[in-house]
Design a protein around this ligand. Sequence first.
Ligand code: NZQ
Ligand code: ZN
Length: 407
Amino acid sequence: MLVVRQLMNSFSLHQPTRLFFGDDQDEAFATASASLGKTALLLLGGGSMIRLGYADRLTKAFTAKGVKVTRFQGIEPNPQAVTINKAAAQAKADGVDFIIALGGGSVMDAAKGIAILLHEKADDIWPYCLGESKGGQYSGAAPVVCIPTTAATASEITMFAVISHAADKGKSVLAADCIKPHVSWLNPAFTTTVNATTTADGGADILSHVLEDYLTGGNASPLADMHSEAVMRTVIETLPKALADLTNVDHRAQLLWASNLALNGYHLAGRTGGAFPMHAMEHALSGWMPDLAHGRGLASIFPAYFRWLHQEGRSHERLARLGRILFGVMESDDSIAALRFIERFSGWLRDNGLLQSLASLGFNTADYPAIAAYSARVYGENGAISAAGPLNAAGIVAIYEATAHNA
Ligand code: NZQ
Ligand code: ZN
């Protein structure tokens, strides 16, 4: 099929985060961060960073630069606003100037939430999230520096923080330039201790970040397409190797760098995008069920969402192209090639332990309308999220239901 290419779109790109990559960057990272203040909060998750000795390693590097390091441990996966509020209260009492986030996306996102509370002199982060009473009404944030310990979210470079609120089963976002980290240290060695399940979840998250705009963002930017395809190819090829050899630092390095490239803004430059329908559907799910890992929720949505796009006659050319590029699909007809891609990709998910139905993850089908309504309200406009055209709550329910085919 002949595709008429649109002209590349105008864009603005501001990427202020200084990055360090590699196992020997302790001193360089601490030196680049030390100018941010005299007292720092080292923010930690459930304890693995202490157990593995990474927390002490960071403390030593910063102490050597004259920075006083205090600690807060206890940020949970899918970080809860109440925990972020508690950590922020401690940070205020300790006179913290900046935050060092050592952990996965949950810890990094919590650090961004704390940073806003410090700047705003406020005590509850939830009202500042999208769709809530003071959504987006903040004017700055204390500085944050990050050490990602999963290859997944790219929070170490993004303008986003994803915050959960168990009291109303909500999961929403902070999105602002002021929460982009000042400095980040990507050390693949730190990620060699991530277990197989969380490694696979992270792989699904990386894929989703480039898939979102690749599928629905038009064809105005061939470079953005190739950037996205390179990230996808890296994950498709490397994740199985990493799962077979969890401590292999080279595989971990490929995944960690891919995770950063997947959401650093360059993947989007020149095309339309930013709608993120799979994220809108998934955040509502893991908000409803905080034990659900973000990447796992995304993985169960992938095939159902792709089939929905196909049925609606949307993105055939894009799905077909992925089949040809990633899986060597030969069919020349885009509609058929698109279906072959969905089959082959589902097989890849199954091989990597990522293909499951929402029911098998513990969801009750009777709850789908309420979860879909949340997704459409918080992440949509006029009752629908955007997916190369509107996707309303009924459509979201249909996609949740169609995950039953994964079982
Ligand atoms: O809590 P600890 O003890 O640190 O253990 C964690 C946690 O149990 C463990 N872990 C992390 N690094 C480890 C490790 N265990 C051993 N060795 C290591 N090196 O892994 C578990 C999961 O951690 P978590 O931070 O929850 O995972 P992930 O990095 O996938 O982050 C998920 C969160 O990020 C949000 C998600 O919605 C979710 O809340 N996202 C953030 C984005 C952003 N800020 O731009 C974008 C993403 O699309 C995503 O929505
Ligand atoms: Zn994601």
